[in-house]
Design a protein around this ligand. Sequence first.
Ligand code: GLN
Ligand code: ZN
Length: 760
Amino acid sequence: MKTHTLGFPRIGAQRELKFALERHWRGESQPEVLPQMAQELRTRHWLLQRHAGLDFATTGDFSLYDTMLDHALMFGAVPQRFGFTPGRIGLAEYFALARGNAAQGAMEMTKWFDTNYHFLVPELSPDQDFSLHAQGLLDAVREVENRSFTPKAVLIGPLTFLWLSKIHGVPEGSDEAEAKLALLPRLLPIYQQLLAALEARAVAWVQIDEPVLALDLPPAWVDALPHVYRTLAPAHLRILLATYFESIEAHLPTLATLPIHGLHLDLVRAPHQAAAALRLWPRDKVLSAGVIDGRNIWRADLRAVLVQLKPLHARWGQRLWLAPSCSLLHCPVDLAPETRLDPQVRRWLAFSVQKLAELGTLKRALQDGEAAEETALAESDAAQRSRRSSPQVQQPAVRARVSALQAADAERQHAYAERRVQQRARLKLPAFPTTTIGSFPQTNEIRVARARFKRGELREALYREQMQEAIGQAVREQEALGLDVLVHGEAERNDMVEYFGEQLSGYAFTDNGWVQSYGSRCVKPPVLFGDVARPVPMTVEWTRYAQGLTKRWMKGMLTGPVTMLQWSFVRDDLPREQVALQLALALRDEVNDLEAAGIAVIQIDEPAFREGLPLRRADWATYLEWAARAFRISASGVRDDTQIHTHMCYSEFNDILPSIAAMDADVITIETSRSQMELLRGFGDFAYPNEIGPGVYDIHSPRVPDANEMLALLRKAREVIPDDRLWVNPDCGLKTRGWEETRGALRHMVEAARALRTEL
Ligand code: GLN
Ligand code: ZN
């Protein structure tokens, strides 16, 4: 029996790679420093795998920026617009592709399946030439062998590589997916050469990742599967085909007939695949069972996993391999330094290093009997017991409240058409009202004050004063600009999820639980471990203070239940829907309290609503149904004349418009400026019933567009949105901008709105 991991996080336990990258980019380190750091991290991670008793050192999972980019370069697919020569990509060229240079914008970035990891999208053309440049991978293999580890090389499979690429220059009217698939005959020979080169280095196993098998693929792609792996079948090298993130059960009969030597299944996301494998996967091939959650930070219930593994062990014996469900890229590195975490909660967690150790325990327990691993298993049992019985995890009052939810709790008192009459009477806003999305520039002063307060260096009273000063400034600026609905500016918030998580029960925070998001950028998702409740109001004081400074309407600002869920490490002992409902109820209390404090407009941000969509279409309806319901529960405790806003900052809505409408926010603000209002067409065709604020300028850029530009966009918006339902606002919050450009852009925005009013 063997143990292995599909991949290991490369950023380093102390984010060493991040800091080395950033020093390199700033020109603060000698050119050789970054590659040295990379080598050191690779070696350290292989040593961790060896110390945990893993049978392979996974090779090829490391990258200075992104492995999809590395594969594109390895196949000679350098985006033509950069003018670089395939095979001659030094660090300067590499980072130009990843981050852009003076002449060219960076390669596009997009999320890796339903994770928060972003990969760079290869840019291909219909007559794409591929060529092999595998020195980097072969060098890594040599590094492993020099240390007498056993390498298992990892590759992204040809179907996944092509599916996730973009193809440019496809003739109008022809199918993009087809055009990409048509590149297969050009690409497969390169894979063959690569496998031959690995074979020549005496690599015994290569793991080929085909996570696209977890998606709804067009029939032509499914049909290509046997051909691809029959073509690749090398003479000596063994192929482990790795799948993850969803069930691939439908492909099992085909896979069983292919000349591959092993198959990895994600038995955490899709445990029922085990039964299918028992029926369909040959016993003389390797089955790699992904039984340790690679996407989350919970310690495994080892006893339960052993029960799951026993029938597999009985069938595959030595050919059963144990692994995390997917690459550990999506997990933080090491729990050991998290000494400030509540020891109780800490005991329930496992980061990557701990997960490797869990594999070892499982292997020995299967091979030598559970008695041999009694200490580790008993510790796992005790952790499970403590988690199940903790009063922090199970709050009967929270459970009771969720069970008592009625249909009416998810409905406003009256339909939008009636609410709007009351809101107009109360708010008395001009036509095309102007507002912003919530945050104002987070000046250095604000950041320093927050950090000092957090470290206990700034007394609470002084901190309050400084925040109130920032709020006051934001209000004065907005009044001077002539905005209609104001915001307090979010100076007191470090992060839109963490800020609320810190005030809710059921949340914990790590010091170093970083996960790579893209390149050198990492996120540190809070840990949602227990029932969620709101002990005391979270934003009411700040909002009331802000409202007290102005006669205009002050908009309350909250993060919605779906986004709170989506951007946290969420407990695995309760369905996500239930967790969303708990969050919704906590937020509902906040919304009601804001209303009681005289706040007439309340925005509940849901920027992560769309990214919660399951990978398979068949599962969309269920998710959308509970996600929209959770939002409505948070928003529906208020009177008809209180106006609920929501905000989403992306521009792919068309396929989920009915669910956006089902959220029933009185106003939704969305990102549109970069798509020149194109996306509004969907809202128009669908006849979206409530009010919309299409972003009229891109906040991601310091550029200050002039009023005419925004006016032109607004005129376009008027073509699809009725005049009395159109708002005027930027694309997103302004916290990353400076005051200079913010002032300039908003002045032009207000000017544009005023000009539009004269056209009525
Ligand atoms: N209210 C938040 C802000 O303005 C919204 C951020 C977001 O959409 N991601 O910063
Ligand atoms: Zn946004």
